[in-house]
Design a protein around this ligand. Structure first.
Ligand code: XMP
Length: 517
């Protein structure tokens, strides 16, 4: 792999993505990992990320020079660039030229590998207080900016490269080309991490892990669990059983979509458990968001465990009992749970990851090396239908957290009808891929006065929450065309009884979250 060493900034994951966009496999490792361990991973190249520190600060993450002397190509970015300069005997100083944000870089070395094929002046995005004032011996200085006389250097022979700015952010107009030049020309790597190769390799890994064993998979109908199931199915065929828990909080047509589209495309063995009554009973009288989330999470696990026991029971006298559990865990989840410190618990996200230890399954997580967009590509490669691969995110607790107030069967029906209309109209307007998702929320405890026909109404508002986002960590409200909003509003107020008002949520995240609960 190409290792991205995380020096503690938020950029490491983004760098890993950018490396993968060059069709090379990359992994993020913490800077606390020893050089020996990193080298034991047999890295094809190493990228040192930016970080918040000054190399002279107390407790500043250090760079083991052994990493630079192992013959592995290295590319330092921002803090990584300075750490590299420092480790190789250059000088890092408070240059006085603090630069934050946009600036212009001038390429000063015409035969540079990093800047080959690029204009001599390019916009770059900076964030540094210190700077390299003297490059280490043997390094050719390739660029400067108004605040940094040594803004990039390279040594083609030792395959060591670095830039002071952040090539991974889009504000650096030629950043991706700089990174690609390092990987393909500086390090001499071949771009081979394509969706077809990824799929093939991962299927082979699953086959090896499970051997002759049997597996079960909790299928939600979402992209991740569907692609994971398709992959395992490809690897072990009918030794995989999928369990779909219908908690009664699904949108219209959802259970059918999983049954028809997914099973038709993959031929997977599917067990559907209808647990809607159980969930409704458990949710009765509850209106606190966290309580609702916890109840839904708990019930889900119980139902799933029971279904798993039933399957295990049914298989127990066969030669190979079910011993593997398939999960659609993605790379960001892995990195986050490995390195997340001090992250506030904003909401208790429900997923199968909360399964108790005593379930005693071995986990199969075939997507744990992938980002969402890669999962989609692999899914298409595996023949998962478009309707599932391009689905927008939908929260595990479903409509249960989109009814503000107590969840009841009647309220679910109202929300389901309104949500169906909103989705139909967004699809008809061709907007599905322009928005990240559009929660439709029922303010069940709010009533307002309206007039319909000749009479007064006293109904509930429906909230439309269309958002644009890259990863759901931050989001902005989507400026949907007025005519589309008008059609949705007209249809909902006309067709859904008890709803006499439709409002638009114009809040970004932060300060709002995407879901209302
Ligand atoms: P928030 O509301 O935290 O949502 O801004 C971020 C993204 O996560 C989805 N979401 C969930 N997904 N289980 C899930 O699988 C959950 O409990 C859950 N809660 C929120 C939400 O739809 C959005 O895409």
């Amino acid at each position: 792999p190409v290792l991205v060493v995380d020096f503690g900034a938020q950029y490491a994951q983004l760098i890993a993505r950018r490396v993968r966009e060059c069709a090379l496999y990359s992994e993020v490792v913490p800077h606390t990992m020893s050089a020996e361990e990193m080298l034991a991973k047999n890295p094809a190249a190493i990228v040192l990320s930016g970080g918040p520190s000054s190399v002279y600060a107390d407790g500043a993450p250090s760079l083991d020079v052994a990493l630079l002397e192992a013959g592995v190509p290295v590319f330092g970015i921002c803090y990584g660039f300075q750490a590299m300069a420092h480790a190789l005997g250059g000088t890092v100083a408070h240059t006085g030229g603090r630069e934050y944000g946009h600036t212009m870089a001038t390429i000063t070395h015409t035969d540079s590998i990093l800047f080959d094929g690029q204009p001599a002046e390019q916009a770059v995005w900076m964030s540094h207080g210190d700077g390299v004032s003297e490059a280490p011996t043997g390094m050719t200085v390739c660029a400067r900016t108004p605040g940094a006389p040594v803004a990039a250097f390279e040594d083609a022979e030792r395959k060591l490269f670095g830039v002071q700015w952040h090539p991974e952010v889009l504000h650096s107009t030629h950043g991706q080309e700089v990174l690609r030049n390092f990987l393909l020309n500086g390090a001499g790597l071949k771009a081979e991490w394509t969706p077809a190769n990824m799929a093939e390799e991962l299927v082979a890994q699953v086959r090896e892990q499970i051997g002759e064993g049997r597996a079960i998979c909790g299928l939600s109908g979402g992209v991740d669990s569907s692609v994971a199931a398709a992959m395992v199915q490809k690897a072990i065929g009918d030794r995989l059983t999928c369990v779909f828990v219908d908690h009664g909080l699904l949108r219209a047509g959802e259970a059918e979509q999983v049954k028809e589209d997914f099973v038709a495309a993959t031929g997977v063995d599917l067990v559907v458990v209808d647990a809607s009554e159980r969930f409704l009973e458990a949710l009765a009288g509850q209106s606190d968001p966290e309580t609702k989330r916890k109840i839904i999470g708990r019930e889900f696990i119980r139902v799933f465990e029971q279904a798993a026991r039933d399957i295990v029971g049914a298989e127990s006298d066969s030669e190979h009992p079910v011993e593997f559990l398939v999960q659609g865990t993605l790379y960001p989840d892995v990195v986050e749970s490995g390195g997340g410190t001090g992250a506030a618990n904003i909401k208790s996200h429900h997923n199968v990851g909360g399964l108790p230890d005593d379930l005693q399954f071995k986990l199969v997580e075939p997507l744990r090396a992938l980002f969402k967009d890669e999962v989609r590509q692999v899914g298409l490669e595996l023949g998962v239908p478009d309707s599932i691969v391009w689905r927008q995110p939908f929260p595990g607790p479903g409509l249960g957290i989109r009814i503000i107030g107590e969840v009841t069967a009647e309220r679910l029906e109202i929300l389901r009808a309104a949500d169906k209309i909103a989705r139909e109209e967004l699809t008809a307007a061709g907007l599905d891929r322009d928005i990240w998702q559009c929660p439709v929320v029922l303010l069940a405890d709010v009533r307002s006065v309206g007039v319909q026909g000749d009479g007064r109404t006293y109904g509930h508002p429906i909230v439309l929450r269309p958002v644009s986002s890259e990863d759901a960590m931050t989001a902005d409200w989507t400026r949907l065309p007025y005519d589309v909003l008008a059609t949705i509003s007209n249809r909902i107020t006309n067709e859904v009884s008890d709803v006499n008002r439709v409002v638009l949520d114009v809040t970004s995240k932060p300060p709002g979250t995407i879901e209302w609960e």
